[in-house]
Design a protein around this ligand. Structure first.
Ligand SMILES: Nc1ncnc2c1ncn2[C@@H]1O[C@H](COP(=O)(O)OP(=O)(O)OP(=O)(O)O)[C@@H](O)[C@H]1O
Length: 236
C-alpha cells in the first residue's frame, strides 16, 4: 500500500532531517512510527502526505508516486496533522461538506458518514456551531471525521491521540482496528509507547533521521516491552 524508498530530506540550511529511509506498509497494517523529539517523524509523514518535497528517494501509494501523481495518491489516503489548524469562521457541518465536495463524495454517502462518525465522536450536536467556538479536542474530532469522509484506504496520522479525551481516544483506536480488519493501512507517529505496543502489528523506530528498527511488533519486542526496546535503541 505504501512504499517509502530511500527517502532523504535535507532542509534549507543543510539540516539532513531524514537519511535514506526505507519502509513498506502493507494492506491491513497498523504501523507505529516512534522516535525522540526531532528524530524526523513529521518530516517523513508530511512527505508521504504530499505536502513536503524531498531531495532523494521515492514514495509510492499503491504503486503511484506522490511526486508525479499526487492527486491519484491523495484520493486513496487521508492525512491528519498533529495540529488541527482549520478554518475558524465556518460551521463544522459546512467544513465537512466542503471537504466532501473536494473528494467528490455523493450526498447520501456523506450524510451517512457524517452521522456515523459524528455520533461515534459525540460531536453531531455541535456541527452547526462555528469552528471558532470549538475546543482543541473538538477541532481534532472534526478533522478526523473530515479525513474519513472519502473512506481512504491509507490513513496517515501525526500524534493522533494528543488532545483527545479518553473516550475519543478509545473510539479512534477501535476505528483504526476496524479499518485495518477491512484491509486499510495506517501509519502513525506517537510518543505514547503503551498505545503503540497494544495497537500496532508493526513498529518502526527512527533516530537522528535514520531508521534503526522496523518490523513485526512481536519480533521486535521478543520478551521486552516497547519502552525497553526504545530506551535501549535511544541510548546505544
Ligand atoms: N522547516 C524546517 N527547517 C529546518 N529544519 C527543520 C524544519 N522542520 C524540521 N526541521 C528539523 O528536522 C529535524 C526533524 O524534525 P521533525 O519535525 O521531523 O521531528 P519529529 O520526529 O517529528 O519531532 P517531534 O517528536 O518533536 O515532533 C529536526 O532536527 C528539526 O529541527
Amino acid at each position: 500500500m505504501l512504499e517509502i524508498k530511500n527517502y532523504t530530506k535535507i532542509y534549507k540550511g543543510g539540516k539532513r532531517a531524514v537519511d535514506h529511509l526505507n519502509l513498506t506498509i502493507e494492506d491491513g497494517d497498523i504501523y507505529g512510527f516512534i522516535g525522540h523529539n526531532g528524530a524526523g517523524k513529521t518530516t517523513t509523514i508530511k512527505a508521504v502526505a504530499g505536502i513536503l518535497d524531498f531531495n532523494e528517494g521515492e514514495i509510492l501509494i499503491n504503486g503511484k508516486s506522490i511526486q508525479t501523481q499526487p492527486l491519484e495518491c491523495k484520493q486513496e489516503m487521508a492525512y491528519i496533522p498533529d495540529n488541527p489548524d482549520i478554518y475558524e469562521y465556518m460551521t463544522g457541518i459546512k467544513y465537512l461538506n466542503f471537504i466532501a465536495d473536494i473528494y467528490g463524495v455523493g450526498k447520501k454517502e456523506r450524510e451517512e458518514r457524517i452521522k456515523k462518525y459524528g455520533d461515534l465522536f459525540e460531536i453531531t450536536q455541535n456541527l452547526g456551531d462555528m469552528i471558532s467556538s470549538y475546543s482543541h479536542g473538538m477541532k481534532q474530532k472534526l478533522v478526523l471525521i473530515s479525513a474519513l469522509i472519502h473512506e481512504p484506504r491509507l490513513l496517515i496520522l501525526d500524534e493522533p491521540f494528543v488532545g483527545l479525551d479518553p473516550k475519543a481516544s478509545l473510539t479512534l483506536k477501535n476505528l483504526m482496528r476496524e479499518m485495518c480488519r477491512e484491509g486499510c493501512s495506517i501509519f502513525f507517529s506517537t510518543h505514547v509507547l503503551e498505545v503503540a505496543q497494544k495497537l500496532c502489528n508493526k513498529i518502526a523506530i527512527i533516530k537522528n533521521g535514520k531508521l534503526v528498527v522496523c518490523g513485526d511488533m512481536d519480533t521486535v519486542l521478543g520478551d521486552s516491552s516497547l519502552e525497553d526496546v526504545f530506551m535501549e535503541v535511544s541510548e546505544s
